[in-house]
Design a protein around this ligand. Structure first.
Ligand code: FE
Length: 177
């Protein structure tokens, strides 16, 4: 049995430039897992921005921290993101809207991308795999608040919804074991 500490990083949140919105998540319980889906590809490029030149899709910045179950920032955690493009399609030949990065010394990440389009059968979402060095691989999905399709998507979970401080700015903190 893993001992879990239910503390909140209230003080630390004030010092974090990427998490200036409401600090909603308490650490202590691991971020829920979700299905990988059919479109994951290994060997995504390492990059912060997935924005394709010339895209007219709305831009989106997602940022936050990777935390351990005892609320400590995890440096060098891997985050591998993939999502649908502006037409609701995944790039299964190349690596458009696919990329991985590592958290900084304070466990922070920052993804620059577009708002993925909705495709049939799913609400709007971003896929991600997160792994701390030597830890278990977490495969999950992030959701957007107030999407009309959220209540109709069987995979949707309210605890995987990003905190949006603006239409183009989301935040989510992952808790990994
Ligand atoms: Fe998907």
């Amino acid at each position: 049995m893993i001992s879990l500490y239910r503390r909140r990083l209230v003080g630390a949140a004030l010092a974090l430039p990427f998490t200036s919105g409401a600090w909603a998540q308490s650490c202590g319980s691991a971020t829920p897992r979700e299905t990988e889906g059919p479109f994951f590809k290994i060997d995504s490029p390492q990059r912060i921005t997935l924005i394709e030149p010339g895209t007219k899709a709305p831009k989106l910045v997602v940022s936050g921290q990777v935390l351990s179950a005892d609320c400590k920032p995890v440096a060098n955690a891997l985050l591998d993101f993939w999502h649908a493009d502006e037409a609701g399609d995944y790039d299964n030949r190349g690596y458009r809207y696919r990329g991985h990065q590592f958290t900084d010394s304070e466990g922070r990440y920052r993804l620059e991308t577009i708002v993925p389009a909705v495709y049939p059968g799913r609400t709007r979402h971003i896929h991600v795999k997160v792994q701390r060095p030597g830890g278990r691989l977490l495969t999950t999905q992030l959701y957007f608040p107030d999407e009309p399709q959220n209540p109709r998507d069987g995979l949707f979970r309210p605890d995987l919804v990003m905190r949006m401080s603006d239409r183009d700015r989301g935040a989510f903190d992952f808790v990994v074991v």
